[in-house]
Design a protein around this ligand. Structure first.
Ligand code: URA
Length: 190
């Protein structure tokens, strides 16, 4: 039977597939438009997201909203989610075993949305989705293609809060993303 968005969401909200289920307050399924042409994928919920059950609502999320505004987008035109849907304790990187336990949900979200462009937010998403040896400092802003989907990675907004000197590079990467959207799915801007 074809997956439906709501069935997938309900299954995800009840998941106990890894030990993050023991410590989470809320599962964070994602936010935005499930018919979007563009998906943005972070690594995992932080403390604020875990409290509220919503993706990218803390400080990094506010910066992500500003980054979207730079390319004339808002959350109604994209879908935002994470590699793991539950908060890793102390905001540590999600373990491989946790990523593997959770990745099926992202695959199924992607199969339903069928985005034209995927933007990885940070190293963890890029290593999981683009290539396992992805080097974010060297390869941010470069474009890759997988199964007809255009893919790139930019610095995670939390990394930009910690390292503001990386913002000019990210501005250029964002402009590159805008250009790619105009090329691949211009209807987003019409
Ligand atoms: N960082 C992430 O990677 N995802 C969120 O949802 C929030 C912070």
């Amino acid at each position: 039977m074809a997956d439906t968005w709501e069935a997938l969401r309900q299954e995800c909200l009840q998941c106990r597939g890894c030990s993050l289920a023991e410590t989470r307050k809320h599962v964070v399924f994602g936010d935005g438009n499930s018919a979007a042409k563009i998906m943005l994928i972070g690594e995992g919920p932080g403390a604020t997201e875990d409290e509220q059950g919503l993706a990218f609502v803390g400080k990094a999320g506010k910066l992500l909203d500003d980054m979207l505004e730079i390319i004339h987008l808002d959350r109604t035109q994209v879908y935002i989610t994470n590699i793991v849907k539950c908060r890793p304790p102390e905001n540590r990187d999600p373990l491989n075993v946790e990523q593997e336990a959770c990745i099926g949900f992202l695959r199924r979200q992607t199969a339903i949305i069928r985005p034209r462009i995927i933007v990885c937010l940070g190293r963890i998403a890029a290593m999981q989705l683009i290539k396992s040896d992805f080097k974010i400092t060297r390869e941010h802003g470069q474009w890759f293609e997988k199964a007809g989907v255009r893919m790139t990675a930019i610095y995670h907004p939390a990394a930009l809060l910690r390292n503001p000197e990386r913002r000019p590079d990210t501005f250029d990467d964002l402009k590159g993303i805008e250009a790619e959207i105009r090329r691949v799915c211009p209807e987003v801007y019409s």
